[in-house]
Design a binder for this molecule. Structure first.
Ligand code: CU
Ligand code: CU
Length: 384
């Protein structure tokens, strides 16, 4: 069954070749993805019983790069996100008084759990499950028939503003914010990103009229104050961005991605380098992607999912994790490292595979160890 799953995926790759003509040129990250898929195919062929049998060839989802989607495919995704923003919230109003729609439910859960899902043992699995739950909501509640696209940062690192993700067209995730004079972005206590050409409200593309309702908790955009309390009260405002080529070229180039995958065989180092070694002045690809968007709420690590580009960014985080796992499936499908608290502050015990990953109202709790395989547990997808 596993064999047929992956062979079908490889067949799908072949069938998609005609559509690939207009895609950005394959790069070294795509090469590592292809090598990984082959490794995984060989591993599964030799370990027939190792994983869930629920994910079979007929239902395997293929998540694709934004720029490789056709315009109608991009528009279907965009419309599903706009639909989610029109649906009523399901959060408990006493816990999340500021939630006004289903999109806010996702943002609220991230704000609520920020200090126990970043620089922790569950960072990669929590966010994998979170993006999946969002994809499920788009499909099940908003009639979306595609899958979660990802933002291949490295393909657009030299010019993100003119990329198909941020060019401001009707087929983009909206453009940069309007220029407003502003100071640099204090991404960490050790790194200030110079002010970019935005900083104001997003006025182009599908999300130009969007209202951000929750947060910010830890804003990094000049002139945007934190809301009082826990960030879950109603604080309606425009979506602001300050797209930064400084951040994209600093931490999300092709070499940044390939070195992360190739030079960090240990899960501890892989997730640490990915999330950034702040004291050394590195934001990692994780921080690099977030601060390429920047602004409000994009530059607030509590409320960053309030910018709809978040989900494309974190799909790429998940893809890089998937590529890394597939370089050595035998040793990387059951790995966890870290503790329960951010940077182990305050000190807590080590995270284990038997810990529960909890998404509150978004999805049922799942054992962390069941979230390590994208074709096992609740999941059934691969990346192209
Ligand atoms: Cu997060
Ligand atoms: Cu993140």
């Amino acid at each position: 069954m596993r064999v047929s799953l992956i062979s079908t995926a490889l067949t799908a790759l072949t069938l998609l070749v005609p559509a690939a003509r207009s895609q950005p040129t394959p790069d070294e990250v795509d090469d590592l993805a292809a090598i990984g898929l082959k490794n995984r195919y060989a591993y599964d062929a030799a370990n027939e019983d190792s994983r869930s049998r629920k994910c079979n060839s007929s239902i395997t989802a293929v998540r694709r790069e934004w720029g490789s989607l056709s315009k109608p495919e991009r528009r279907k995704y965009i419309d599903a996100v706009l639909c989610l923003m029109q649906k009523p919230p399901i959060s408990d109003p006493t816990e999340v008084p500021g939630a006004r729609n289903r999109y806010d439910d996702f943002l609220a859960v991230h704000i609520n759990q920020t200090l126990s899902i970043h620089a922790t043992g569950n960072f990669l699995t929590w966010h994998r499950y979170y993006v999946w739950a969002y994809e499920q909501a788009l499909r099940n509640e908003c009639g979306y028939d595609g899958y979660q696209p990802y933002w291949a940062w490295n393909k657009y690192a030299s010019d993100p503003i003119n990329s198909p993700i941020f060019d401001g067209s009707e087929y983009s995730m909206s453009g940069n914010g309007e220029y407003v004079k502003h100071n640099g972005t204090p991404a960490t206590p050790w790194t200030i990103i110079p002010p970019g050409p935005g900083g104001g409200c997003v006025v182009t593309g599908p999300f130009k009229n969007m209202t951000v309702n929750l947060g910010p908790v830890n804003p990094t955009l000049d002139g945007v104050p934190a809301q009082q309390g826990n960030g879950l009260n109603y604080n309606p405002r425009c979506l602001r961005r300050d797209i930064s080529v400084n951040a994209s070229m600093g931490w999300t180039k092709t070499s940044d991605v390939t070195s992360l995958i190739e030079e960090n065989g240990d899960i501890y180092w892989f997730q640490t380098v990915m999330q950034g070694e702040f004291e050394k002045g590195s934001l990692g690809v994780h921080g690099g992607g977030h601060f390429t968007v920047s602004g409000d709420p994009g530059g607030d690590f509590f409320a960053s999912p309030g910018d709809p580009a978040f989900y494309l960014h974190h799909a790429m985080i998940d893809r890089v994790f998937w590529i890394w796992q597939n370089q050595d499936p035998k040793n990387r499908l059951d790995v966890v490292s870290g503790t329960l608290t951010i940077n182990n502050v305050p000190p807590t015990r080590n995270t284990t595979l038997d810990d529960e990953v909890n998404l509150g109202v978004l999805a049922p709790p799942v054992r962390l160890g069941d979230l390590l395989d994208t074709t096992g547990g609740p999941f059934c997808y691969i990346y192209l």
